[in-house]
Design a binder for this molecule. Sequence first.
Ligand code: GLN
Length: 338
Amino acid sequence: MPNTLHVDYELKTYDESMKIVEEAMEVARQEIPKGVVADYIPELGKADPNQLGICIYPLQGEKIELGDYKTRFTIQSISKIISLCVALELFGANKLFEIVEAEPSGEAFNSLVELDLNSNKPYNPLINSGAIAVAGLLIEEVSFHDMLRFSRELCDDKEIALNRKVYESEMSTCSRNRAIAYLLESKNIINSDVEDALRFYTKMCSLDVTAESLANFANRIANDGVGNITGKRYLSSETVRIVKTLMLTCGMYDGSGTYAVEVGIPTKSGVGGGLLAVSDKRAGIGVFGPSLDPKGNSIAGCRLLKEISNKLRLSLFFDTDYLKATRKDYSLNQKLHE
Ligand code: GLN
């Protein structure tokens, strides 16, 4: 087997990497009972909370796949990344940031308080208000069918399809998103048909994916928008730069700061239990674990990524001189106590 992942300057073999991931899975599994599956969309409430799967797709080397990595689940908010990519490619950053900001919100993903009271623009495109605004823009140029095609291509997964049961279940219980959509219309942020924008947004959330399809997409983002085997460019560098930045600052909603400290990998979550994580220049990672923490992020999935980030040293903010710096003669702690 070829070597797969770097840990500092040392290249780990496939077997060594797999062992690290297996151990991380065991630690992460213990978190499952502390979370709950989302049930505000009734169809999602049927998921088995004990599922957990991961696919790590390094830029060089074999995929590392474990657990329920082939199970289909709805992409939910991770679709906000696909919509954001398409909006940036079609309209460019200037036009996009006329309708949404690029600031973390500190509020729940489906909040409309800040939008109503403090701002004339949603805080960012990765919360519901921002993504519904982006949907209002996208429907002027693309159909849902176009988006399905882009999603299959970006995720290298021809099987991605609309999960009708989840879509209808959400449409029949989406008063809050409908309220957000009409608030956006009242502020002239949505100028297209508001019900069409809401349907488009909800359909995008209802695409069935796997941890593997998310890893494929994340791998391309990690490789500056280019397929690592084909060399084909899917997204511009500029789109990729903006998407990675927003994932790091806003991708985990009001849990984004803590997650950045603990994991340090740009990641986007969805209430279906998915996580799409981009370890820049190293690997794309997809995770599935439907038991969620109170902020709506996969509880075992986040723990899994934390373990892997620490063991494989994937955080963006690891000092490459870390080992040297923690040697005794460099210990600040020791110096302070001399
Ligand atoms: N479809 C869900 C909603 O709009 C997506 C939310 C999420 O994944 N955080 O409520």
